[in-house]
Design a protein around this ligand. Sequence first.
Ligand code: MLT
Length: 248
Amino acid sequence: MKVFIFHTPELIPTDSLPDCAIAIDVLRATSTISTALAAGAEAVQAFSSMDELMRVSEQWSPDRRLRAGERGGAKVEGCEMGNSPLACTPELVGGKRLFMSTTNGTRCLEKIQNAKTVLAAALINRAAIVKYLLSQQPETIWIAGSGWEGSYSLEDTVCAGAIVHALSDLAAKGQTLESLAGNDEAFAAVALYTQWQDRLVDLLCNATHGQRLLRLDCLDDLKYCAQLDTLDVLPIQRQLGVLVAHQE
Ligand code: MLT
């Protein structure tokens, strides 16, 4: 395994594809996707464009769909929900398809959608991601942070670092960080994670997008998204843009 980390969707190479690509948007798209699937959503279908989301979701009966739209951290008018993972209760999302469009996270998923395997990772499902990678041993892994409108996000990098840290700790046969890291970003992400691993809530509260969410009164979302390894769910792309919970 060789792991390459890209901090923003814009930095993802366009001239090649990895065996496995992982999108991260800790605040909050991939935390919400993981939570919705763990709560029994049938699938999450991701869109970069709100218009396209509306067009495709119209073809589904209202009792089988939920439209989740977020821009700038706030809910998009006309959608049943925004992008809070805490809204994803089994009562609300059970058996339904979430049609989801967010400022950066769903755009990141779209950028990697042609890889052989596409996963969505957050801090809350880090262990499930690591377990899957260790069992499948993909030769090349890209981990892409969603960032914020083209710029770097601390919370996505710390999550990428948490994944690589666990891989290098757990991988059998001497897979050290040095042998796993495909680029400099992988070393830096692990260093960020090891420095902040016991203070992830603080880190998220200090991050630019964390500050934005705090201004929108979303402290509970931050606390929820900062938890490590709390959900045993692996969101995996089943068809272009459609993520389901992987069944072993
Ligand atoms: C995004 O895609 O940028 C986010 O998930 C924003 C958010 O709702 O916190």
